[in-house]
Design a protein around this ligand. Structure first.
Ligand code: ATP
Length: 579
């Protein structure tokens, strides 16, 4: 047998880590397996006794009763063990999923940019399921199987040494062949699970763009693309199936060979009077007991190797550091109501792609409303991402409340800000839960007032459940504009020191645009507002407008000042019929 590889050892270590919290259940299952093994081993020896008693004309009810009892006990114990293992298997899957979700939700945004969502989802769904099999048809079976096998060998030695020798040779040959095959299962399983991940991300991408696909009549093209991934998964699955299929015949040859040899040689020995019929029957029953756990052991090793393939994908995510893992907090945000935001000569580039911000410098004064405008792709949303500290600047500094954001506690920083994304998502839950995220202690009248501020009160009466109506995929479906306004209501409720509002380009009609501008204007000096404005009409009355072009601030001023001084702004305004 080859030495276990580094990957095998690392895999076994992380498997041990995942199983550690369940060690009591596993130990209980192991104990049941031991008792079960003892009950199973006792049976052939009891049968021998019964046959012997019958042959000598002294049948005894007691031996038969004990045999039946051992049979029933073995059956009950095996049922209990099976349930306990299944339950532990489910618990291992659950705790792994919880760990994965906890880590996924805390991964740095840069890491999430790099990875495909569908593949991450498949790690939580498909990969964790394979761990169940490791526990249910895996570890305990190997332990109990080994015990039964050793017990059977010892019992065989008491019956006939020659037959034992024949058995050992046949079984060793078969088992060694099987181990060689089993060791190739882990890489094959990893390949299979990786292609399932790729396929899941293909489907996820296609479904999220299904309207565009339908509108463009591109179903066949997408179907072909996803089918390629599905075929890759099929090919990887076949490779795994081939390995598993090899195991069956290998085991069968070894087992059949052992049985035939034992029956042939054993028959001759009975005929010559060296052993009795009872001995031969007991030996054959013991052979059953030996072979069954060995086959189970091989199956278990296969399951463990398959699980290790999936586990390496799970462990890869669990090993990624959380967003704040290397943070050093050396400053506190001032407790004053609103805060100033200052960009000092900031350069920034995403991991993929060229430089996005170049020497960006501006100040958003405390308690004022500053608008960021500029052509598409100028870097406006990137400015927000840097304030939220989703990414770190390449050079220069971003200061919030006079503190470099790199010195602040991320949670504290984000706690003081509200961020309304351009394509504001609705979170799972009810209307109330979505709003309470802004301010957990708010009462219904405050929630309704916030909805009214953004002209969304109608949402609370649309369903008889009012604020308790589910929103999003499971309930009331909201339009893009409604989602955005709900997010703004949530932001207003939180009374943030800093409100970052990435305004939608097209989701708002004139009436709602007006309601939104009114709500933002009414926020008051307790909040510094930074708003990315695609429609300049919503920010003509901002205290200050910062014009961004290809990552650089090209002008700053009020609407009237900029119309007079900035050609780019004048051009943007002219296109929107504002001058
Ligand atoms: P718009 O007005 O169209 O929303 P914007 O001014 O907000 O545009 P950004 O979203 O900041 O522009 O994008 C600036 C540049 O950075 C674009 O060229 C974009 O392709 C790139 N970019 C944005 N997000 C990422 C990302 N996560 N990874 C790599 N590049 C990105």
């Amino acid at each position: 047998m080859t030495e276990p590889s580094h990957a095998d050892r690392a895999g076994m270590r992380s498997l041990g880590h995942l199983l550690r919290p369940h060690r009591k259940s596993l130990a209980a299952a192991g104990l049941l397996a031991l008792l079960n093994a003892a009950a199973a081993l006792a049976q052939p020896l009891l049968v021998r006794r019964v046959i012997h008693d019958i042959q000598t004309g002294r049948p005894r009810a007691a031996a038969v009763t004990v045999l039946v009892f051992a049979l029933v006990v073995a059956a009950v114990l095996s049922g209990l063990q099976s349930y306990l293992l299944q339950r532990t298997g489910e618990a291992v899957v659950l705790s792994t999923r919880v760990q994965l979700v906890r880590r996924l939700l805390r991964l740095p945004v840069t890491e999430l940019d790099r990875r495909r969502t569908g593949d991450l989802i498949s790690r939580v769904g498909a990969d964790t399921t394979l761990l169940r099999t490791v526990v249910t048809s895996g570890l305990v079976d190997v332990v109990s199987g080994l015990l039964i096998a050793v017990g059977a060998l010892v019992a065989m030695a008491t019956v006939d040494l020659l037959l034992l020798g024949i058995t050992v040779v046949a079984v060793t040959v078969g088992f060694t062949g099987a181990i060689v095959v089993v060791r190739r299962v882990r890489p094959a399983s990893l390949a299979a699970q990786t292609s399932v991940g790729t396929m899941t991300s293909g489907i996820e991408r296609a479904l999220s763009g299904v309207r565009t696909i339908r509108a463009a009549g591109a179903e066949e093209r997408e179907e072909a693309a996803v089918t390629v991934f599905a075929r890759d998964a099929f090919t990887a699955g076949l490779q795994l199936a081939r390995l598993r299929a090899l195991l069956g015949p290998l085991a069968a040859v070894a087992v059949q060979g052992a049985f035939l040899a034992v029956l042939g040689v054993g028959g001759a020995r009975v005929a010559s009077g060296t052993i009795s019929v009872g001995d031969l029957v007991a030996f054959v029953l013991l052979l059953f007991l030996l072979v069954q756990p060995l086959a189970q052991g091989i199956q278990a090793l296969t399951a463990v190797q398959t699980g290790l393939g999936a586990l390496s994908r799970i462990q890869e995510v669990l090993d990624l550091p959380a967003e704040s893992a290397s943070d050093v907090v050396i400053a506190d945000l001032p407790v004053s109501a609103s805060v100033e935001v200052r960009f000092q000569d900031v350069d920034f580039a995403y991991a993929k792609g060229g430089s996005v911000l170049r020497g960006t410098t501006f100040v958003a004064p405390t308690g004022r409303r500053t608008a960021l405008v500029g052509p598409s792709g100028a870097g406006k949303s990137t400015v927000f991402a840097l304030i939220e500290r989703f990414y770190e600047v390449s050079s220069g500094a971003v200061l919030v409340g006079d503190q470099d954001v790199r010195n602040l506690d991320r949670a504290q920083l984000r706690n003081r800000m509200a961020y309304v994304e351009q394509d504001a998502p609705v979170l799972a839950g009810t209307l109330r839960e979505n709003l309470l995220l802004g301010r957990p202690g708010a009462v219904d009248s405050e929630l309704l007032a916030a909805l009214e501020q953004v002209n969304l009160l109608e949402l609370a009466v649309r369903s008889v459940e009012g604020l308790d109506a589910q929103v999003g995929d499971d309930g009331i479906l909201l339009s893009g504009g409604e989602r955005q306004r709900l997010a703004i209501a949530r932001a207003l409720l939180s009374r943030p020191a800093l409100l970052l509002l990435d305004e939608p380009t097209s989701s708002l009609d004139a009436r709602n645009e007006h309601a939104l501008s009114r709500a933002v204007a009414a926020i008051g000096p307790g909040t510094t507002v930074l708003v990315i404005a695609h429609r300049l009409s919503t920010v003509v009355d901002a205290d200050q407008i910062v014009v961004l072009d290809r990552g650089t601030v090209v002008a700053t001023g009020t609407h009237d000042e900029l119309v007079a001084s900035s050609p780019l702004y004048r051009d943007l305004a002219a296109r929107q019929l504002l001058v």
